[in-house]
Design a protein around this ligand. Structure first.
Ligand code: SAH
Length: 403
């Protein structure tokens, strides 16, 4: 049987576990039988001694237990990890066989039953993050399973070292198997080519969660003067450019991201020589300041895209983040011509969809504009939302008509 040590929860702390929420905080633990070390698989029992689940333990983390299986007969061994990886990857078979997209998330941590593990595919490369002590233990078997199933050119480790530090893990990174790409990797998304930097890029290289939204947003671009805020490497810019806007202005504070964007525009032009691109303006600036400057200059746009980074990293930052979302959306609405389009996003997990929409409503009131939501957007299907783990839903988007 798996799990030598047993962790007995405090009275009344078993309910979320029975509802299959995969986290147990340190405060829920009543007693530990045995001496489990960080990353060990343990049995989790209710206060009355009844079996609840298997999980892995880490006393260094506030989330001291992350649960893996609620079936006492299951053994968490190599076969278990291989099956779990296999299941996550097989669920993406439709995306994996797509001819116009060759990059997507293959394993989305808790939402795929593999807490602490992120695996993204970028063409012939896989990028992994092992974020907890428990998943670190299974690193070898997981890498083997991915290698055998997908036969990539290389599997890279992109340890998010801040998170690993909290878990008491050493820094990590580099090629785990096969070869690392020598430069940027060219991926296909929605039929467009993008250069992705797997070494120095943001996230694991690209914002894969916005794949479906890029098409929905670009559909509104024809003939419009577009402002793409927080454009990064042009995830939205490229499909918008292909949709023949009147012109487009892209703002990001990262010069590296803008350099990638320029490369991606070159790829678009090479693939679509028939496109006659309108003016493209790239601005390396703080969006909050740029929006104010545009307002003071009296500049107007017919469409604004707002895709800021996570403004609330935790519950404690929600109030401040809400003010920032309100500020951004208010400024954007003021720049929009009547009948303009606002495509606005929040990727803060701690900000609910309802709260986000409320913020947009406040901004509309203050801007004295009538705002209609015409499309509600979320994360792509390769970032599934696990119903027993609402935290897995984080990306919210609204496409609005602003009168
Ligand atoms: N829209 C992009 C992803 C945006 S991620 C896509 O579809 O791929 C957020 C981006 O905001 C990053 O590129 C980051 O460099 C940039 N950023 C963060 N804070 C910023 C700020 N205050 N002003 C301008 N850009 C900022």
């Amino acid at each position: 049987m798996t799990g030598k040590a047993s962790i007995i929860l405090k009275t009344g702390r078993d309910k979320p576990v029975r509802h299959r929420h995969p986290w147990i905080f340190s405060g829920g633990i009543g007693r530990i039988d045995g001496t489990p070390t960080p990353g060990d698989i343990v049995r989790v029992l209710a206060a009355d001694g009844k079996f609840l689940a298997y999980g892995y333990f880490n006393p260094h983390s506030q989330i001291s237990l992350r649960l893996l299986s609620w079936d006492e007969r299951e053994a968490i061994n190599d076969d278990w990890w291989i099956t779990a990886v296999d299941r996550a990857v097989s669920r993406r078979s439709g995306l994996l066989s797509s001819t116009d997209t060759n990059s997507c998330r293959l394993v989305y941590s808790e939402a795929d039953g593999l807490p602490g593990l992120i695996v993204d595919r970028y063409a012939d490369f896989l990028v992994c993050q092992f974020l907890t002590a428990g998943i670190e233990r299974a690193r070898g078997v997981i890498v083997d399973a991915l290698w055998n199933k997908l036969q990539p050119i290389g599997i890279l480790d992109l340890g998010d070292n801040d998170i690993r530090k909290v878990e008491g893990l050493p820094e990590s990174g580099g090629a785990l198997r096969g070869d690392a790409p020598s430069g940027s990797v060219i991926v296909h998304e929605n039929g467009f080519r993008y250069a992705v930097d797997l070494h120095a890029g943001q996230k694991t290289g690209f914002y894969l969660d916005q794949r479906l939204n890029r098409i929905r947003v670009a559909a509104h671009a024809p003939g419009r003067r577009v402002l793409d805020c927080f454009c990064y490497a042009g995830g939205f810019t490229i499909p918008v450019l292909a949709a023949s806007p009147r012109d487009i202005t892209c703002v990001d504070s990262s010069a590296t991201a803008l350099a990638l964007l320029e490369k991606n525009v070159e790829l678009l032009v090479a693939d679509h020589p028939e496109l006659s691109l309108g003016p493209l303006e790239l601005l390396c600036a703080n969006v909050f300041e740029a929006l104010r400057k545009f307002r003071d200059q009296g500049r107007q746009f017919d469409m604004v895209i707002l895709d800021p980074p996570k403004l609330a990293a935790s519950q404690a930052q929600v109030a401040k983040a809400m003010r920032a979302y309100k500020d951004l959306n208010l400024l954007a609405m003021k720049l929009l011509t009547p009948g303009g389009i606002l495509a606005t996003f929040s990727c803060s997990g701690s900000v609910s969809r309802a709260a986000f929409q409320e913020t947009v409503a406040w901004a509309a009131t203050d801007a004295k504009r009538r705002v209609q939501v015409v499309d509600q957007l979320s994360q792509g299907e390769d970032h599934p939302v696990l119903t027993s783990f609402p935290e897995s839903e984080y990306l919210k988007g609204l496409i609005c008509h602003v009168d």
